[in-house]
Design a protein around this ligand. Structure first.
Ligand SMILES: Cc1ncc(C[n+]2csc(CCOP(=O)(O)OP(=O)(O)O)c2C)c(N)n1
Ligand SMILES: [Mg+2]
Length: 341
């Protein structure tokens, strides 16, 4: 969410007090933010198919409510870090779609000057610390960011996202231990989309209630419907308040689903087409919010159409920018590399 919107959201939250119902303006904002991620990712998928995006590309389609709901409770100065499935997080932080798309296509106008690609983009200004290709690596890093907030006493929180595939790693528990011991302001958001590449959670994990993985370290956790942006926001509000007040970490296990393959080169033989279709038809976070907006008279079809149009324009402007930006000069191979003797 852009910073101005974030400040407004903060004021709206304060006015709402304990009432978790959302204003029409907030709901429309979440719809817009989720739709931007969806359309952006669809376009990225197309560009990949056309050979305009190289390397790895992991799409976030289906999981939009998680990051949008969490960013709705973020404050300016909070930090956020995630895995390689990261485009949605960047957009939800308010990073410029033009810079993200240009990075995907390996152009100079990208956030890493076209040298990082899909999994390696950063924006200190927006508090976004990557984009990490090594599964689980962002968990100790996010814990370190939280230590930074604690050390500076700035009252900010780090949102550290990880997948269900990262939860059996040792480094995750080392981070949990220190975060709880030092009461660091971190919320661990496990995006449980049921699969780690082609391995279902049931096949890889002893104990599938991932929200309980902090029990040994006294870290509370709950399971959340990650396909419902308001449920995400409600849980996020509680977990972030807990961390911000100096009570230490919190775990939110977001039950979600990715519609596309793990990456663009996934034959998807590990799940049925029916399973994916059922999730799309019955639990899509955007359709769900759309229905809520219309049935609750928060807006009308014409207004939603104009949002669709606005989002399409943002995505096509980003695409044009990405295609017209130059590729990095070969001499850039030797810059931005730490080579001090
Ligand atoms: C340490 C490490 N081991 C293996 C891989 C290969 N790998 C990339 S993604 C992935 C699955 C991770 O799944 P999950 O954490 O559930 O995230 P999702 O892709 O579902 O968002 C694996 C095993 C890796 N990148 N890093
Ligand atoms: Mg997963």
């Amino acid at each position: 969410m852009a910073k101005a919107t974030q400040a407004k959201a903060g004021a709206a939250r304060a006015a709402r007090g304990k009432d978790s119902s959302a204003t029409s303006e907030e709901l429309i904002g979440y719809y817009r933010d989720m739709l931007l991620i969806r359309r952006f990712e669809e376009k990225a998928g197309q560009l990949y198919g056309m050979g305009l995006i190289g390397g790895f590309c992991h799409l976030y389609i289906g999981q939009e409510a998680v990051v949008v709901g969490m960013q709705a409770v973020a404050e300016e100065g909070d930090s956020i870090i995630t895995s390689y499935r990261d485009h949605g997080h960047m957009l939800a932080c308010g990073m410029d779609p033009k810079g993200v798309m240009a990075e995907l296509t390996g152009r100079r106008g990208g956030y890493s000057k076209g040298k990082g690609g899909s999994m390696h983009m950063f924006s200190r200004e927006k508090g976004f610390f990557g984009g990490h290709g090594i599964v689980g690596a962002q968990v100790p890093l996010g814990t370190g960011l939280a230590f930074g907030h604690h050390y500076r006493g700035d009252g900010k929180v780090c949102m550290t996202y990880l997948g269900d595939g990262a939860v059996n790693q040792g480094q995750v528990y080392e981070a949990f231990n220190i975060a709880s011991l030092w009461k660091l302001p971190v919320v661990y958001i496990i995006e449980n989309n049921k699969y780690a590449m082609g391995t279902s959670q049931q096949r890889s994990s002893a104990g599938t209630e991932l929200c309980k993985r902090g029990t040994a370290y006294d870290i509370p956790g709950i399971q959340v419907d990650g396909m419902d942006v308001l449920k995400v926001r409600e849980a996020g509000e509680m977990a972030v308040a807990h961390a911000r007040a100096g009570n230490g970490p919190y775990i939110l296990e977001m039950m979600t689903y990715r519609y596309r393959g793990h990456s663009m080169s996934d034959p998807a033989k590990y799940r049925s087409k029916e399973e994916v279709a059922k999730m799309r038809q019955e639990h899509d976070p955007i359709d769900h919010l759309r229905d809520r907006l219309l049935s609750g008279n928060h807006t009308d079809e014409a207004a939603l159409k104009s949002i669709d149009k606005e989002i399409k324009e943002i995505v096509s402007t980003a695409t044009e920018f990405a295609q017209s930006s130059q590729e990095p000069d070969p001499a850039e191979l030797y810059t931005d590399v730490l080579i001090e003797a």
